[in-house]
Design a protein around this ligand. Structure first.
Ligand code: PEP
Length: 253
C-alpha cells in the first residue's frame, strides 16, 4: 500500500513573513492527518527558516522539499546549491526535471539524470518530473515523451534507483494554466509509467509513488487522488494558500 504524498512547490514566491504564515497555517491545519505525507518546497533561501519554523511548531510531520539542486557536490559553481548542503538543512525531497527547469533553464535529460543521482548520493529523495507539451499531446505522443524522460534517468542511474525516488507526471499544458488533466488522462499516463517500470522490476513498480501535478486544487484533488495509479500531488499555485493546500492534503489522507 503506497502512502499518499502531497508536495507544495512554492517556486520563487514568499517573504520571510509569508513563509512563516504559510508553514504555521499548514502545520496547524494538517496536524491531525495521519495517512498522508506532506512536504513544503520553499526557495533555497527560505529552507533554513522553514526548518526552524517547523521545529518551533513541533511540526515534524511536515517534510522539506527543495526545488532544484546542483549535480556537483561542491566547487566553483557560482550561484549553485549542492545536495550535501540541502541534506545538512534537513531537506528530504528535491524536485528534479521540473518543466520550468527544462524549458527556461535548458536542462536536458542528461542534466536531470545527473541531478537525480547527485540527490540520491546525499540521501535525498528525488521527485523526478516528466510531462509532455500541448503539441506533443495533440500529436498523440504523450506516453512516448514521458517514457523517454524516465528512460534517461533509468539508463544513467539504473532501475534500482527508482526504489528511493518519486515520479511526478506534470503535463506542461496543465502547469499554472488552471487546466487540469482529467482524471482519466492523468490515470492513463500514470498507468503507462508504472507498467513500464514493471517490465524491469515489479516490486519497484508497485511501491513507487507517482504524483500528478498541473493545476491541482481543492476542487479536483479528490477525484485525481482516487485513481488507481495516482499517489498524491505536486502542487504549485494552490500550495501558496494554507487553507487550500491543507484541503488538498485532506483529500489524500
Ligand atoms: C508545478 O509547478 O509543479 C505545478 C504543478 O504548478 P500548478 O499547480 O500551479 O499548476
Amino acid at each position: 500500500m503506497r502512502q499518499k504524498l502531497v508536495v507544495g512547490n512554492w517556486k520563487m514566491h514568499g517573504s520571510r513573513a509569508q513563509v512563516r504564515q504559510l508553514i504555521e497555517g499548514v502545520a496547524t491545519g494538517s496536524a491531525g492527518l495521519s495517512n498522508v505525507e506532506i512536504a513544503v518546497g520553499p526557495t533555497f533561501l527560505h529552507i533554513g527558516l522553514a526548518a526552524e519554523i517547523c521545529a518551533g511548531k513541533g511540526a515534524d510531520h511536515l517534510k522539506l522539499a527543495a526545488q532544484n539542486l546542483s549535480a556537483e557536490p561542491q566547487g566553483a559553481f557560482t550561484g549553485e546549491v549542492s545536495a550535501p548542503m540541502l541534506a545538512e538543512y534537513g531537506v528530504n525531497y528535491v524536485i528534479v526535471g521540473h518543466s520550468e527547469r527544462r524549458e527556461i533553464f535548458a536542462e536536458t535529460n542528461q542534466v536531470v539524470a545527473a541531478k537525480f543521482k547527485a540527490a540520491q548520493a546525499s540521501g535525498l529523495i528525488p521527485i523526478l518530473c516528466v510531462g509532455e507539451s500541448l503539441a506533443q499531446r495533440q500529436a498523440g505522443t504523450s506516453a512516448e515523451v514521458v517514457l523517454m524522460q524516465l528512460n534517461a534517468v533509468i539508463e544513467a542511474a539504473g532501475i534500482a534507483a527508482l526504489q528511493s525516488a518519486v515520479l511526478a507526471y506534470e503535463p506542461l499544458w496543465a502547469i499554472g494554466t488552471g487546466k487540469t488533466a482529467s482524471k482519466e488522462q492523468a490515470q492513463e499516463i500514470h498507468r503507462v509509467l508504472r507498467e513500464h517500470i514493471a517490465k524491469s522490476n515489479t516490486a519497484i513498480a508497485q511501491s513507487i509513488r507517482i504524483l500528478y501535478g498541473g493545476s491541482v486544487k481543492a476542487a479536483n484533488a479528490t477525484e485525481l487522488f482516487s485513481q488507481a495509479d495516482i499517489d498524491g500531488g505536486l502542487v504549485g499555485g494552490a500550495s501558496l494558500k494554507a487553507e487550500e493546500f491543507v484541503s488538498i492534503c485532506k483529500s489524500a489522507d
